[in-house]
Design a protein around this ligand. Structure first.
Ligand SMILES: NC(=O)c1ccc[n+]([C@@H]2O[C@H](COP(=O)([O-])OP(=O)(O)OC[C@H]3O[C@@H](n4cnc5c(N)ncnc54)[C@H](OP(=O)(O)O)[C@@H]3O)[C@@H](O)[C@H]2O)c1
Length: 426
């Protein structure tokens, strides 16, 4: 039953939401979940899903409660996602809640997975537990917390978040001889954090050729915000634990490269021990080139177009894809209807006429599939047709393509402005 909660209920659910953050970047493809146990107005247990394969939030909270020498029987459990009823990497939480004699469970959001969808709450009700599903602000926050999990559960595809940096004169690439960076240091540090929170990072081959990027996540060690947990197995680290580089999960690095042009001596392929590389090629790519990529240690995925590639990534358990450009690949995702969120830094610089405009994002889609360009990155390129200018107008017949954000925020990050726009909600 959907309920308007009391102020006390809302406060405990907000704490559960805060606890859920402790699993960010560590539990995918599982959702982020936090739980709080309250008896007689007192918090008697807290927990969160901290590691993939580790205890779920509900069990962690029960364990924490018992660790404090308390009996959870008769308590209310506040949990950000409906308790599971299936045995996966862990036994079902609904069972643990019944066994513990919990009297009431307040749930912030439903689980859209086929194997869940109401089964856990049903089992609890049948077992005599009072179950309430939150509505309002906390319910929305709980859904937003798990957008990658929710999209993946509903469509089988990863959530796609575009990151782009642009200058005040609308350029997304710097001219030759200039620094490759458009955004400032603080923005770039944030990007590393976002990478560490993503299952995969993707770029188009032109970005790989132009920038020879590493695409690994190298976030600054951070002090958890006051009260925010970072601890193994649901234990709360109450003092100054730092998140070190060793705890960072490296995302899968994906290059969209129809003609298998990624150079074998690229930094991506020279750092396979740090994180794997997946190259998405067309079935028409030269067999010798794809074989060379495989021999170099890359995984090669043959897929035509954005959606097919996303479907394959989803089947591998990739729930979030951080799309780092360039603008041509971003336009292809946009044309495929696969941009869920955009995070755009606008830097207070003018890059001038020698730099490239952000044109393609406004066109009908990615570049047409005409075959490899001449001079394929030092790998014996095949002559191809000349390519359209990046800012070419949409193909004739293309109608208006405006896509308005469902929600947006604007913040300052160092000297840059950061606009976050959400286009879809799952
Ligand atoms: N400002 C920023 O945030 C930012 C971010 C990243 C890059 N950049 C800059 O952007 C420039 C590169 O951007 P770009 O727009 O030229 O290229 P891009 O988006 O990096 O790569 C485009 C290429 O991706 C390949 N591709 C593979 N599958 C595709 C598909 N389904 N649809 C469309 N393309 C597909 C195509 O080459 P094939 O046909 O050969 O596969 C296409 O030419 C670089 O200068 C880089 O420094 C800026």
């Amino acid at each position: 039953m959907n309920s308007q909660l009391t102020g006390t209920d809302q406060r405990h659910l907000r704490r559960a939401l805060e606890l859920a953050e402790g699993g960010r970047g560590r539990v995918s493809p599982n959702p982020l979940v936090g739980a709080v146990l309250v008896r007689g107005g007192e918090v008697v247990g807290e927990g969160w899903h901290a590691e993939l394969g580790g205890p779920h939030a509900e069990r962690a909270a029960l364990e924490d409660c018992r660790g404090r020498g308390e009996d959870p029987a008769g308590a209310t459990m506040y949990v950000t996602l409906e308790p599971c009823a299936h045995t996966g990497r862990q036994p079902p939480c609904a069972e643990a809640i019944l066994e513990a004699g919990i009297a009431r469970v307040v749930i912030a959001s439903e689980d859209p997975s086929e194997k869940a969808s109401g089964r856990g709450p049903g089992i609890l009700r049948d077992g005599g537990v009072e179950v309430e599903l939150a509505a309002g602000e906390e319910a929305t926050a709980a859904r937003l917390l798990n957008q990658p999990f929710r999209k993946h559960a509903r469509t089988g595809l990863p959530l796609v978040t575009l990151k782009l940096a642009m200058s005040l004169d609308g350029r997304t690439a710097t001219p030759p001889g200039d620094s490759p960076w458009i955004s400032g240091e603080a923005s770039r540090a944030l990007v590393h954090r976002w990478r560490a929170e993503s299952d995969a990072i993707a770029v188009g081959i032109e970005t790989a050729l132009a920038d020879d990027p590493l695409l690994t996540a190298r976030p600054e060690p951070t002090e958890p915000a006051s009260g925010a947990p970072y601890g193994p197995n649901g234990s709360i680290r109450r003092t100054g634990a730092r998140r070190t580089g060793a705890e960072v999960r490296q995302p899968l690095r994906v290059v969209f490269d129809r003609w298998a042009r990624l150079p074998l001596d690229s930094r991506l392929l020279r750092t396979l021990e740090e994180a794997p590389v997946l190259v998405v090629v067309s079935s028409r790519a030269e067999a010798a080139r794809t074989a060379a990529l495989r021999d170099a240690g890359a995984e090669v995925l043959v897929a035509e177009g954005v959606e097919a590639a996303l479907g394959d990534l989803g089947r591998r358990g990739v729930t979030s894809l951080f799309l780092e450009g360039g603008a041509t690949l971003a336009a292809a995702f946009r044309a495929a209807g696969q941009l869920d969120e955009a995070r755009v830094f606008v830097a207070p610089v003018l890059l001038g006429a020698g730099a490239r405009r952000a044109g393609p994002l406004a066109t009908a889609g990615g570049e047409p599939d005409r075959g490899p360009r001449a001079g394929g990155a030092g790998m014996g390129g095949v002559e191809g047709e000349p390519w359209p200018a990046p800012s070419a107008p949409p193909a004739s017949g293309a109608g208006p393509e405006r896509l308005s954000a469902l929600s947006r925020s604007v913040d300052s990050v160092g000297e840059d402005a950061l606009i976050v726009a959400r286009f879809k909600e799952w």
